[in-house]
Write a protein of this length. Structure first.
Length: 459
């Protein structure tokens, strides 16, 4: 086997890293050459960089670790690459005595996204390795100084993030309530985006969601570590209409699958699914098992204090369904009583509806299918005023929440308080009914006998 040695030479520009790439005819590569029998591979690598680019200022700040390619050239060659930083920008091609001309025809300093597009397949794993390595120090600094400075990152969490950074697909975060699922999800987003991955987060906790208002599932795409993980206006939402998964297992599983498919279609390389705390008991096990069956995640990241969900993890492993990381709960995780959770939701409602207006939606627009469900069911207006509504588009994605103010049978219209503009209201194709009322002060009130109300007004 013929061993070549080279260096991934990088330099900082506008706070980002650029890579030196050299072209010989149609072939792009890092500076490298065949290791002489009397020379150590790293010395060969340094010499080749000097001969092929004129660069002598090399700082091996990441040590002498290296990455080797798979065999190529008919299975007879392997290339080993070290990584070093330089402050030199100018590249000089020297004359190769054997060729009587420079070995290379062109050089470029390329950002990560640019070099991936130009690279041959055999170098892609090397580029991913180098990118992860050079951003690790930057990421550790970000952890200490930035948005995650108050979060304790365990060795197990780091190992899980590193493994996920090398994979693409769907990753499920599970645990009992208040086990730190949202904290872990935020950490994974920061870690992966620092590695220049496109990440999507799906928040399935309809009662304590950080993506969108309560009663919804939200999905957000991330490309920047500084992007917020807490917003009332995520990229996409689905309406569940309740603050607990109980009684809505099918709706939640279908909504999660739809969101995951959309995220992947939008270019997400990693989809983090932050599940709800419903995991114990028959309903919890059923919800999680159905999600695993439908989503086919690459990894399940399981947070547990001792072995509270071990029965579920063992069962899944016996089925060879999904690989699992058993992770410790963050030391910052705190149990929140029901009253704190309720206040969290009420504040979210108040903020969400703060700049709302009354929008009239005629039956002709939303399609009552030839009957007025309110009259047929003898539902009084005072029984459904303040009912939470989901205003959805033709694909059943949520455009906005609404609160029913008036049900006008004479005008055949609904008067709805919503942040949705009148113009965007024209996109509404279905109105879904929730199980709770939202009063002007944000207070929740569950509708007794709500199961007797129709679930939606279809188009």
């Amino acid at each position: 086997m013929i061993l070549s040695a080279g260096i991934v030479v990088v330099r900082k520009e506008t706070k980002e890293w650029k890579y030196l790439f050299l072209r010989a005819y149609k072939n792009w590569d890092f500076p490298k050459g065949i290791v002489e029998s009397t020379e150590a591979p790293i010395e060969t690598a340094k010499r080749e960089v000097k001969e092929e680019s004129g660069i002598t200022d090399l700082n091996f700040r990441w040590g002498d670790i290296f990455k080797e390619t798979l065999p190529y050239g008919g299975g007879k060659k392997i290339a080993r690459y070290y990584i070093a930083e330089t402050s030199q920008c100018t590249v000089t091609f020297s004359i190769n005595p054997e060729l009587g001309r420079p070995e290379h025809h062109e050089y470029r300093w390329l950002f990560y996204d640019e070099i991936k597009k130009l690279s041959p397949k055999r170098l892609l794993t090397t580029i991913e390795w180098a990118n992860s390595l050079i951003n690790q120090n930057r990421y550790e600094s970000f952890i200490k100084e930035g948005a995650l400075k108050n979060i304790s990152i365990s060795r197990e969490w780091r190992a899980a993030a590193e493994a996920i950074s090398k994979e693409s697909g769907i990753f499920l975060v599970v645990g009992v309530p208040d086990s730190g699922k949202s904290t872990l999800s935020r950490y994974l987003i920061h870690y992966l985006t620092h590695a220049s991955r496109i990440v999507a987060l799906i928040d399935c906790d309809v009662g304590q969601t950080h993506l969108g208002p309560p009663t919804t599932l939200g999905m957000m795409l991330y490309t920047n570590p500084t992007d917020t993980c807490d917003t009332l206006q995520p990229d996409h939402m689905r309406f569940i209409g309740a603050t607990s998964p109980t009684g809505h297992l099918l709706d939640i599983v279908v909504a999660t699958k739809k969101m995951a498919d959309k995220a992947l279609n939008l270019g997400a390389e990693a989809v983090i699914v932050n599940t709800s705390g419903l995991i114990l008991g028959v309903a919890g096990a059923k919800l999680k098992l159905n999600k695993v069956d439908l989503l086919c995640p690459k990894y399940m990241l399981a947070l547990q204090e001792s072995s509270e969900i071990e029965h579920l993890l063992t069962y899944l492993e016996k089925r060879h369904t999904v690989s699992t990381f058993r992770l410790p709960i963050s030391e910052h995780a705190r149990k929140r009583p029901p009253e704190v959770r309720r206040r969290f939701r009420e504040e979210k409602y108040r903020e969400y509806f703060r700049e709302s207006q009354i929008v009239k939606m005629p039956f002709s627009q939303i399609g009552p299918q030839g009957y007025v469900w309110c009259r047929e069911r003898n539902v009084r207006i005072d029984a459904i005023k303040h009912l939470l509504l989901g205003l959805c588009d033709s694909e059943n994605y949520l455009l906005a929440l609404g609160v029913l103010q008036e049900f006008d049978l004479e005008e055949r219209s609904l008067h709805i308080l919503t942040p949705l503009s009148s113009k965007d209201g024209e996109k509404v194709r279905a109105i879904q009914l929730g199980e709770i009322k939202i009063h002007p002060n944000g207070q929740e009130e569950y509708v007794h006998g709500g199961k007797n109300l129709p679930n939606s007004i279809p188009n």
